[in-house]
Design a protein around this ligand. Structure first.
Ligand code: BV8
Length: 244
């Protein structure tokens, strides 16, 4: 079908809230991860240079926790995979999450802008590879043999998020930007709604448990648990009633 006649594209930005009902903690809710751990100690490039063992042990523990629990995609992840499958226009999922639940639900166009759990990156040669092994300051890069240069392929504060060119291009051509389960406090992700409005004149929708700080920037607001609101939103889009 020629590009000009395809229905318009939708960019979906997800955050930790979409995985909450799958059993993964969020960051800034009252019981969130950053309420228990000082992010400055474990989620910045400075922390890694200051105390590699502390940072690597934190992510070793995080990864083991994700593996131990029986964590599976929930109805919200599955609804987004259905949208990509059944909607004739482009659907791009941009996620701030490091978990694989979008892919496990069947989504195929997923951009992990803050990196991915279960991937390791070498700060010496840039090699990125899948690994379930614990990392330590003694770990050796399988590509360049450097010791002590391996870290999780996760974007820390102060580091450039990944896939930004693709993300900005998708936003510039979308007509809907849908933000699901994110507090909208971390940039540049929190700025996508303004880019979508200014650059693409897109219709913007916030799906969350409750209003977020950048709630006024959205044209439309749908509040409730993602496992209820996302399937209903997808049903509405696929029924052709995608604009309110
Ligand atoms: C960068 C990895 C630039 C670790 C994370 C202005 C412009 C640019 C940068 C900045 C700026 N101002 C400040 C900055 C710096 C900084 C920043 O934004 N700081 C904040 C705190 C002010 N940004 C950065 O450092 C970023 N880098 O901009 O680089 C640059 C440019 C050029 C060259 C070099 C650099 C990097 C940011 C990435 C940091 N890494 N994580 C890890 O994951 O272990 S961020 C962290 O927050 C997580 O990744 C998470 O994804 C992200 C966002 O959090 P949320 O997903 O929104 O989760 P949260 O708990 O906050 O909210 C959950 C929401 O879900 C809530 O609203 C809740 O109501 C809702 N919810 C809960 N349950 C449900 C639900 N909704 C529906 N249903 C439910 N059931």
């Amino acid at each position: 079908m020629h590009q000009d006649f395809l229905p318009p594209g939708i960019v979906i930005l997800t955050g930790a809230g979409i995985s909450k009902e799958s059993g993964i903690d969020t960051f800034r809710d009252k019981d969130g991860l950053w309420t228990r751990v000082d992010l400055e100690e474990v989620a910045t490039i400075e922390a890694w240079h200051r105390d590699k063992k502390k940072v690597l042990d934190f992510y070793n523990h995080t990864r083991r926790g994700l593996r131990a629990a029986h964590i599976v995609p929930n109805a919200a992840h599955l609804a987004l995979a259905r949208l990509e499958r059944d909607y004739e226009g482009e659907v791009v999922v941009v996620t701030q999450n490091i978990d694989p639940l979008h892919e496990q639900a069947g989504s195929r166009t997923v951009l992990h802008m803050h990196g991915r759990d279960g991937e390791v990156r070498c700060m010496g040669c840039g090699h990125v590879f899948a690994s379930e092994a614990d990392l330590s300051p003694q770990s050796k890069c399988p590509n360049c043999q450097a010791v002590g240069e391996l870290r999780p392929n996760i974007v820390w504060f102060g580091e450039m998020p990944q896939h930004m060119d693709e993300i900005y291009a998708a936003i510039d051509r979308c007509v809907d930007l849908v933000q699901i389960g994110t507090s909208g406090e971390v940039y540049p992700a929190a700025g996508f709604v303004l880019q979508a409005r200014r650059r693409a004149r897109a219709h913007t929708v916030e799906l969350n448990l409750e209003p977020t700080g950048n709630q006024p920037l959205f044209h439309e607001h749908i509040y409730g648990p993602a496992t209820q609101t996302v399937p209903a939103y997808v049903e509405r889009v696929l029924a052709g009633r995608w604009k309110s």
